[in-house]
Design a protein. Structure first.
Length: 57
């Protein structure tokens, strides 16, 4: 996707300004206010078999 071109780390923000964050258990995600910590940083990986679907971790 063109949104992630050249990106290595991103923050995903909702329409309402909330950040998508990984929970401490590393299995669930939640939305948090803008004072988010490093849990709001996501690594971007381009899937080689289908570059239209980036993977975020």
């Amino acid at each position: 996707m063109e949104f992630f071109t050249g990106a290595k780390v991103v923050r995903l923000v909702s329409f309402y300004g909330m950040y998508l964050m990984a929970n401490e258990d590393e299995k669930r995600v939640s939305l948090s206010k803008p004072d988010a910590s490093d849990n709001a940083l996501w690594n971007v990986e381009i899937v080689t078999r289908n570059p239209n679907y980036p993977r975020v971790r």
